[in-house]
Design a protein. Sequence first.
Lengths: 310, 266
Amino acid sequence: MSDPVSTLRVEGLTVRAESLELVREVSFTIAPGERVGLIGESGSGKSLTALSLMGLLPEAVTASGTARLGDRDLVGVPENRVKDLRGRDVSMVFQEPMTALNPLMRVGAQVAEVMTLHGTPRHEARERAVAMLERVRLPEPGQVARAYPHQLSGGQRQRVMLAIALANGPGLLICDEPTTALDVTVQKQMLELIAEVAPALLFITHDLAVVASVCERVLVMYGGRVVESGPIREVFTRPRHRYTEGLLAASKLTPRGTRLPTVQGSVPSAGQFPDGCVFRNRCPHATPTCETAPALTGDGHAFACWHPAD
Amino acid sequence: MPSHAGTPLIEATGLNRVYHRPRTSLTRPGAAVHALRDVSLTIRRGERFGIVGESGSGKSTLLRLLCALDRPTSGSIRFDGQEVSGRPERRLRFLRENLQIVFQDPMSSLDPRMRVRDLVAEPLVALGLPAGDRVSELLAEVGLPPEAADRYPHQFSGGQRQRIAIARALAPRPKVLVADEPVSALDVSVRGQILNLLADLVDELGLTLVFVSHDLSVVRHVCETVAVMSAGEIVETGPVDDVWEAPAHPYTQELLRAVPTLEGLW
């Protein structure tokens, strides 16, 4: 088990691919037991943020800034040190369990593998694997342990992923769209389970309703920056940044026969975001002031906007 | 709305579709999977008809049968009074001209090696209809600039690609537009644009819309009538507001409870 008082502190995290800045100056903290949502549309940089905490960035992509979990550095340390942390102190559940699991290995062995890699003796790991499968509420865990991934349903596979992620008692669990590939009824059970077992959670999704059902605090990303952050109820009931406002309006399905509110245009591709405020080319309230980048300011509920909503 | 609005356009009666798993033993045939069990439904002219269900519910099988992309094991489908099931492809022209499909993922439904002009004109070419100025007309209809015709699908965002797919579906001036999860692969800020576009087109062109989704709240925004599917059967059908307010079947109730909403926050 890792140190229980291991707060995650991320400061000035920037991710670059050659000259392109994909994530810029992202800072946040997650205390033990806290559940934080990271929301944004595709291309907003949320997955890159998560991958840089896991030391899993693709080769030509580099991260700078600091991220510390307790007293251990996660960013800017060599691979041979990151690999001791990954799967032990920080672990991640990916979106698509079918591609994340090894199709040729029984799932019990896959849960045990992450423990033996971090020093648990083989026989002990095998027993604990079954216990982990039980903890993620798979019925008849002994049998499930002997199954291959293709013999399980999507929901069961995602539970196996969660068992693997929790096997070494990590201080931080990162979930990247863990329920997007699941049916809604299965999604509900999975979300309840994640909220219950996560030691500290960074939950990435594009679905605002999902994040509202799991997390207490939320970070809204757009164009590689955190544009708004705060307690979920406050951000969702009284959004200040115009992007958050637009996103929330677009998520509400109005009655039939009425126009749905939309955000004009579409998310630019990487490197095509405007200077200054990243949202200004889609923002109905943009003025020349927005050519200067606004800082993320505010205590508790923070936002980076020159013309915030009331 | 056309004057003959309200008369049945698609009528399916007693549809069954049984698939066979590959055999696992030399002596016994593979297990049978009942993908559809005795499904009947009527879609009227000008109606916006939603089909809701989770994976494995049979909604995709039903859609394939309605579009004559597959044949039922038993049962009949009539389109505008003509029998569809069991006909060879060469005698399905009336259906191909009048019923077109928009698929879920515009990344895989658009050939990456074709220019938008050729993609949109393809159904016309396939049906031997003249293309003329139809492509630029269609692009304007779905809100794309005329220059889009010379570009390739990868040069567009997800929402724009779905517009291209809609333009292609509308090319032969169909009576029925079938949309299979048309917004589930899109970002929230773009979803509204596509749903608004679909609603406009259905109104302007007097289309009948068959809208398939796993999300009852999206169906409620788009459709008047809904059929809820589970395990190969239609478990509940009726006006979408009634089903939403007072779901009668336990499965529909469960489905409604499971959908995460933001309502509680407001």
